[in-house]
Every structure is written in C-alpha cells, then in structure tokens.
Design a protein around this ligand. Sequence first.
Ligand SMILES: [Fe+2]
Length: 182
Amino acid sequence: MATIVIRDTEEIIKGQEAVQAFLDSQDVLYEQWDPTKLPSSLQGNCQISDEDKEQILTTYDADIRSLAERRGYKNWDVIALNEHTPDLDALLKKFEQVHTHTEDEVRAITAGSGSFVIKGADVGYFDVQLEPGDVISVPVDTPHFFTLSDERQVVAVRLFIDSEGWVAHKYDDPAFKNSNEV
Ligand SMILES: [Fe+2]
C-alpha cells in the first residue's frame, strides 16, 4: 500500500481510500496487483535473472494486458536495481532530477521499494512511497523523479506506449530547489 507525503505541509496520507482519493485528484493512476501471486522465491527478491523477469511478466500477464488495454500501453518489460547494479549511485543521482516525459511513466513494483516525487496540480511536490503490489502511472508532461528508499533495491514492471516517449526532459523548477533548501 502506497503512502503519500506532501512536502510543503508534511502531511502524510495513508490507507487505501485516502491514498486513492488523493492520487485520483492529482490525475495519477494508482492500482494494486496481488504481490502474493509471485512465486515465493521472487517475493522480496531484487537480484533476479532474465528467466525470473520472464516469470514476473507471465505471473502478471492478465494484469498487464488489462492495464495496457485501458491506457494504450503497447510494450512492457521488467527492471531491477540493486547493490550489484553498476554505478547505482550515479544512476540514482541522474534519476533525482525533476523531469517530464511525452508519455505516462508506468511502474508496477513487484519487489523492493521506491518513491515517485511528483509536482501536484495544487499541493506542490508530494512523495508516493511504493511497495510490492503498487502500480502507478505518472501522467504525461508532469514534473517528477524516482528514487529508491533506504533498502536501495527495487524490481518493477514498466509499460510504454512508445519507448521513445520515455526520454527524460529536464524540468527546471526554482520552486523545487527552494523547497529543498529550506
Ligand atoms: Fe521519469
């Protein structure tokens, strides 16, 4: 279950109904896939092989196809980040720059954890802390970035309309820098 933290007010939003209502109000799609569907060897496991990635896609095939059909996503894959990922620190630094994309950024967390930090329509930046089973779609052209939590590992299914749409466009936001400096 995701937890929301609104940065300006430090308000924390928890619980299915409140989280869903808040993300609906921000036009951020939020759903849940059953994390216990995965074979137990893959639950909580972020050091996975290509075969494991295939197994994850097979396990969630119906969920993936349902989401893809509703939202027009055409391709999907699995990404894993963990302590063995080359240059993880440099990669995270790159991730943590506010940016936009010309299509939705869709992630379904299947192991580990991480947060999307999103610029809200009227509430400033908010963190969506995600755990296994959480599915999120950051809308097209919405400033955001992704970061790992303290465990520094995650496995996620990604869905795309067109992989070219996933190019990051840097978003310079003085408001964000100010809120970080305070
Ligand atoms: Fe992004």
